[in-house]
Design a protein around this ligand. Structure first.
Ligand code: EPZ
Length: 419
């Protein structure tokens, strides 16, 4: 069990390029199995979830090679459609393989991903969408078996704009006979990145970023494709929160500011000075943050649930009281108990938390309970008095490319101890 040892009280200053997006890289790697030609992905984040996805692709027979942030796939040799149990459990996002495997082989078998640290994580919308395309889906001893040699186009309305369900249905529909229209689709920017990748490998999809997606059935395979993974808006927001808590002055490059409207609005409400150009943003924070009266998480373009914990940490030291409502996941307040160990004043019931800001938190020993909880505790430790130890850093490494190194490059004092 690894840990960060953080010496609080050092403002962050400097310039940093933001990593590639985890939540774009994972579905795009899954979609890679649909290509017959070579695939080159650049700006891929060096994180554990990507490593696990590469292991899965390798076990399915695809050639994989990583050089720094460039990944080369040779999916032509892939021959298996049964997901390895161990890896499916390790990586919940392996559920994104259902659509691509159905597309490629007309069959897909994977372990029920089950819940994770932040909630039950149902997949009913994924399975309902695949069934609408003509897949026969059954559950066998904890595994999902999807058969679909003759998928057909369909008009599919999602009861909820699920990111994963939208992505799985897009990928399965790409090989169906006939056209598919998905309404109430998720609008997250990562879906647009996936659409661009799918079209680069011979699909014909449009509408991503809106609530209505169109997929023309039948792929025109290409000999090779190159795609650059989009910037990680959640990682960018995480660093901006760290700069806000420590009273720093930080410039982020390779950021898509258009994707960060909700987060920028809340940072400005907290009193941060933000100046932005197309792919660069500079944050300056003098003194203590103002209260953020209300943060409510919603599907994009609403305030992102993946930034809730990080902003929560900011609110714990704000001047005043903030209310935070988590609408997407039923168990995404696990940072509350850990922040309380550092002196945060929090009243939490169900999906609502009331945070009364204090002048400073005190360093303490705390544990990351999930990926974004770990990021929040690291942020809190940067601003706290004294030393904070954050355990379970392997959870943080799932989604952040060397978060400790990145923060130290901006002036933080963090030592990593691998357990
Ligand atoms: C994606 O998860 C992200 N993961 C999550 O990021 C993110 O929090 C989430 O979207 C919401 O933005 C990846 O992209 C790899 P959903 P996903 O399906 O696709 C309900 C992180 O920290 N739902 O949009 O699983 C579900 O219960 C991770 O980077 C159903 O009811 O999210 C939840 O309440 C965490 N039935 C809501 O939809 C379904 O079949 C949002 O889930 C599917 C989802």
């Amino acid at each position: 069990m690894g840990r960060f040892i953080i010496e609080g009280g050092h403002p962050l200053n400097g310039t940093l390029k933001v990593q590639g997006a985890k939540n774009a890289a994972l579905p795009i790697l899954a979609a890679g199995i649909m290509s017959r030609g070579e695939v080159t992905l650049t700006n891929c984040p060096c994180i554990r979830d990507v490593d696990n996805m590469l292991d899965i692709l390798g076990e399915l027979g695809a050639g994989t090679e990583r050089r720094g942030d460039t990944i080369r796939l040779s999916p032509g040799d892939a021959s298996r459609c049964v997901m390895p149990n161990r890896l499916s459990k390790e990586l919940r996002s392996s559920i994104f393989m259902l659509g691509p495997l159905l597309s490629r082989f007309g069959r897909a078998v994977c372990t029920y991903p089950g819940g994770c640290e932040i909630g039950h994580r149902p997949i009913d919308l994924h399975l309902k969408g695949l069934a609408a395309l003509g897949a026969d889906i059954r559950e066998e001893r904890g595994r999902i078996v999807c058969e679909g040699k003759n998928l057909h186009g369909a008009d599919i309305h999602l009861d909820y704009p699920s990111v994963g369900a939208t992505e799985n249905i897009m990928m399965a529909a790409a090989s169906a006979k006939g056209d598919t229209c998905i309404t109430n689709a998720a609008r997250e920017p990562e879906i647009e990145d996936l659409q661009n990748f799918l079209n680069a490998i011979g699909c014909s999809i449009w509408g991503a970023g809106t609530s209505t997606l169109y997929v023309r059935g039948g792929m025109e395979h290409v000999p090779s494709a190159v795609h650059r993974i989009m910037p990680d808006r959640i990682a960018a927001g995480t660093i901006l929160c760290a700069a806000a808590v420590t009273g720093g002055n930080v410039t982020l490059t390779d950021v898509c500011c258009d994707h960060m409207g909700a987060a920028f609005a809340k940072l400005r409400e907290a009193g941060c000075e933000l100046s932005q150009r197309a792919d660069t943003v500079t944050i300056e924070m003098k003194g203590r943050p103002n209260e953020i009266k209300l943060i409510e998480t919603y599907p994009y373009p609403g305030f992102p649930t993946d930034m809730q914990a990080q902003f929560f940490a900011l609110c714990t030291v704000a001047e005043g009281t903030s209310v935070i409502v988590e609408n997407l996941f039923e168990n995404r307040f696990r940072h509350c108990a850990e922040l309380a160990k550092m002196g945060a004043v929090i009243t939490q019931k169900d999906r609502t938390a009331i945070v009364r800001g204090v002048e400073k938190l005190s360093g303490a020993s705390v544990s990351a309970r999930d990926l974004r909880c770990g990021a929040a505790l690291t942020i809190a430790g940067l601003g706290a008095e004294g030393i904070t130890t954050v355990d379970n850093t392997e959870l943080i490494d799932r989604g952040y490319q060397g978060l400790d190194k990145v923060l130290c490059s901006l002036g933080a004092r963090i030592t990593r101890e691998d357990g």
